[in-house]
Design a protein around this ligand. Structure first.
Ligand SMILES: Cc1ncc(COP(=O)(O)O)c(C=O)c1O
Length: 427
């Protein structure tokens, strides 16, 4: 059967809310390492997917998953060593006081639970999120995801602030007070909530502001924001679903780059390497306070198979020194992108860190007019050249590189050559 028929059947069976990448959607049937294979056996370099963190179909993960699935899969109401070992291993990668884990299945669930915890602990129901953010798809969390799902009016218990976007935001890096000015936006959000009769219970921060176009925050900004949020009686939640697990190249988790310690950390996607695993980590004090209000049970979250997978992923990250790999491959890729910026005027800005980079395309470097159509063409051309990337940002004009963490410099060379060629074509 041709792909057109599959597209049609998919549309009928799954409905129009589902989208797909590429004008002609790819039918991927196999993955291995950083490579994906389509139904014709054509191989593509995966520069986009972060979920297969340790590589597509990593044999050790498959082995751990299959062995545990063949032995036992239950839930957290029985004792099992694997979930405890996993929680201990995971919290060993975090600052000391972040030591209590709740295991769930998706990033959405993790952020939803973070809100419940924050509300229970602070007694406040307001939430601050950032402009353009995406934190998940439940009824509540989609309200905290203004960039994607909010076509309806914003509920009055939510306030958005602009993230520190020094390229297109209201304050550029040349402004000596830009850090304070971005941080002060949080005061405005607190006031907005107060005007609507709400006090803030939490502020949720994606440590790399991915959906807003990838912005690495200055540490002082994060520090100021944490202070302001806590002074208003709220908790700080760092969403590490995208930025975590060494992705940014300097620490296990993105917030650590800023020297801050949030009250709650949420994790997902890469920690399960393709298996639905997500975690909420908090302090013993906050966990105890939440438990006074509510118990917690999740049928699938924290089952022995998930725990076996999660442990194996952490072991691989350690054994393969993926933090070092992310730093060196990321620096290499970034340097290559900078060289391309000298050659191609379409490149307006290169943002991000480690193996999480965005190339902002503009029609004019002075006006910064977003080159969204060109960006879309470039993504298509790169796919034709066998390299998979996607678009990011509110204007859909930035090309996003966020490959598996095992991505090496030889892969970066392939990606850079494909981008170079695509930029030539679409200049
Ligand atoms: C930063 C961030 N948080 C949360 C989520 C939601 O995770 P999930 O799709 O597993 O519910 C996503 C998903 O893209 C995300 O990018």
């Amino acid at each position: 059967m041709g792909n057109e028929q599959l597209v049609e059947r998919r549309h009928r069976a799954l409905g129009p809310a589902y989208s797909h990448f590429y004008r002609e959607p790819l039918y991927i049937v196999r993955g291995e390492g950083v490579w994906l294979y389509d139904d014709d056996g054509r191989r593509y370099l995966d520069c986009y997917n972060n979920v297969p963190s340790v590589g597509h179909c990593r044999p050790e993960v498959i082995d751990a998953l299959s062995r545990q699935a063949a032995t036992l899969n239950t839930h957290t109401r029985y004792l099992h060593h694997a979930i405890i070992e996993y929680a201990e291993m995971l919290t060993a990668t975090l600052p000391d006081n972040l030591s209590v884990c709740t295991l769930v299945c998706t990033g959405t669930e993790a952020n939803d639970l973070a809100y419940r915890i924050a509300r229970a602990v602070t007694g406040n129901d307001g939430a601050i999120c950032t402009h353009g953010a995406y934190h998940g798809n439940s009824t509540l969390v989609s309200e905290l995801s203004p960039g994607f799902t909010r076509k309806r009016r914003k509920p009055d218990f939510v306030a958005d602030v602009r993230p520190p976007d020094v390229y297109r935001g209201p304050y550029g890096a040349e402004d000596p007070d830009y850090i304070d000015k971005y941080a002060n936006l949080v005061d405005g959000a607190i006031e907005e909530l107060a005007d609507a009769g709400h006090k803030p219970g939490m502020m949720i921060i994606d440590s790399i502001y991915d959906a807003a176009g990838v912005h690495t925050p200055p540490p002082e900004y994060q520090q100021l924001v944490h202070e302001k949020v806590r002074a208003a009686g709220a908790l700080v939640v760092c969403d590490e679903v995208q930025a975590g697990l060494t992705r940014m190249g300097d620490h296990w988790w993105g917030f650590m780059d800023s020297g801050v310690v949030p009250d709650i950390v949420t994790m997902g996607k890469p920690i399960g390497a393709g298996h639905p695993l997500a975690v909420v980590v908090t302090t013993p004090e906050i966990a105890a306070e939440f438990a006074r209000e509510s118990g917690y049970f999740n049928t699938f979250g924290g089952n022995p198979v998930s725990a076996a997978v999660g442990k194996t992923v952490l072991e691989i990250v350690e054994q393969d020194n993926l933090l070092d790999n992310v730093r060196s491959s990321g620096d290499y890729l970034r340097a290559g992108l900078r060289r391309l910026a000298h050659k191609h005027a379409l490149i307006g800005d290169i943002r991000g860190k480690g193996l999480f980079l965005a190339v902002d395309l503009v029609r004019d470097r002075l006006t910064k007019e977003p080159a969204a159509d060109e960006a879309a063409e470039i993504v298509e051309s790169m796919r034709e050249a066998g390299v998979l990337v996607a678009l990011i940002g509110e204007r859909r004009n930035a090309v996003k590189f966020r490959p598996p963490l095992i991505f090496a410099t030889e892969h970066a060379d392939i990606a850079l050559a494909a981008l170079d060629q695509a930029l030539e074509k679409h200049q």
